[in-house]
Design a protein around this ligand. Structure first.
Ligand code: SAM
Ligand code: SF4
Ligand code: SF4
Length: 338
């Protein structure tokens, strides 16, 4: 089995693996799964197509052998996959994995947060774009009320998750007038809010550059309301720029994927729910690892396949992005996970 850290064509190691556990979701966020395209006729994956927990754990073990240290479970909505705490518990046993995180829309946390914590999950990121009911509903396009997500955040805190991060995608003219309110929410509830620039993932969200609010503007807006100063990154390759409230009100962050791309330090691979590996969020085609997994490949063969993919990697889409590249065929985010 390949047990040396692999690096790609730009000397970037493989450090993180994002694992999508389902392509299904109980929300229809406009920027991710617009209802016109993900309606009742949309063909979601059959259960047998999804990697089993055993298969996922095996891939994680192989990736750890190549240098991966961090895992993030995502989707679709990961909490619609049955028994997710079982997977978390299995992943905590994998040698080399130091950190397991989960990104969720928060709506199912009241029921699941305690079991997830119990299983060993410690890092939790909840997506929430607005604390205004109307704006929330317009963006998430779900019958689930905002209060259910807020209650999910409360449930996570009660279960012991600390810190809790809240990710908000900012779309100009849609939720940018609620940035300060969200920042205030973070301060009042002791959660770290991170504002993400709206990205041209997939091909269905009709992305336009003028809908992106540059993080610089987000920082200025927050600073006017609650003065902040920069915090040093916790580690190289941290995607969020961190800021601290001068009055001790905690931290806030921005993720500037569009205006200040971080491809140079990108150490992330993604595993789709059906076991395809993507070496970039903006990839068009994944590598079908499931055929190897289900075709009787040895650990060594799997490690060679993964290492081979990583070694030839030259991805740096966000550094090359233009209005034109945004039109290219790319995989949907709900399919490979954020
Ligand atoms: N359903 C879970 C959730 O929403 O947290 C996990 C999957 S979701 C695809 C992961 C993250 O991607 C979410 O924080 C979501 O806001 C973000 N996301 C989806 N589409 C995006 C886009 N076009 N630009 C920026 N972030 C996006
Ligand atoms: Fe679902 Fe998350 Fe995509 Fe929203 S961002 S539609 S919650 S997968
Ligand atoms: Fe990594 Fe691709 Fe995003 Fe660049 S565009 S940071 S290579 S996932």
């Amino acid at each position: 089995m390949g047990d040396l850290p692999v690096v790609d064509q730009y000397q970037r190691p493989l450090r993180d693996l994002r694992v999508s556990v389902t392509d299904r979701c109980n929300f229809r966020c406009r920027y991710c799964m617009p209802r016109e395209l993900f309606g009742p006729d949309h063909a979601f994956l059959d259960r047998e197509e999804l990697l089993t927990f055993e298969e996922i754990t095996r891939v994680v073990r192989i990736a750890a052998g190549l240098g991966a240290r961090k895992i993030r479970l995502t989707g679709g909505e990961p909490l619609v996959r049955r028994d997710l705490p079982t997977l978390v518990a299995m992943l905590t046993e994998v040698d080399g994995i130091e950190d397991i995180g989960l990104t969720t829309n928060g709506s199912l946390l009241r029921a699941q947060a305690p079991a997830l914590y119990e299983a060993g999950l410690r890092r939790l990121t909840i997506s929430l774009d607005s604390i205004d009911e109307n704006v929330f509903t317009a963006m998430a396009d779900t019958p689930i009320p905002l209060r259910q997500v807020l209650d999910g955040i409360a449930a996570a805190a009660e279960a012991g998750f600390d810190p809790i991060k809240v990710n908000a995608v900012v779309k100009r003219g849609v939720n940018d007038d609620g940035i300060v309110d969200l920042a205030r929410f973070g301060r009042e509830h002791g959660v770290i809010v991170r504002f993400i620039e709206y990205m041209d993932v997939g091909t269905t969200n009709g992305w336009r550059l003028d809908e992106v609010v540059p993080s610089r503007q987000v920082v200025e807006l927050i600073h006017e309301a609650f003065p902040i100063e920069p915090v040093d990154p916790a580690y190289t390759g941290e995607v969020a720029d961190r800021w601290r409230y001068l009055d001790g009100g905690g931290e806030v962050g921005v993720i500037s994927s569009v205006t200040e791309p971080f491809c140079a330090t990108c150490t992330r691979a993604r595993l789709s729910a059906v076991g395809e590996v993507y070496t970039c969020l903006f990839g068009a085609q994944g590598y079908d690892l499931r055929s190897l997994l289900r075709g009787g490949a040895s650990d060594e063969e799997l490690a060679d396949a993964l290492a081979g993919l990583w070694r030839v990697r030259t991805d740096r889409y966000s550094e090359l992005r233009t209005e034109e590249t945004a039109q290219q065929q790319k995989v949907e985010m709900s399919y490979i996970g954020g």
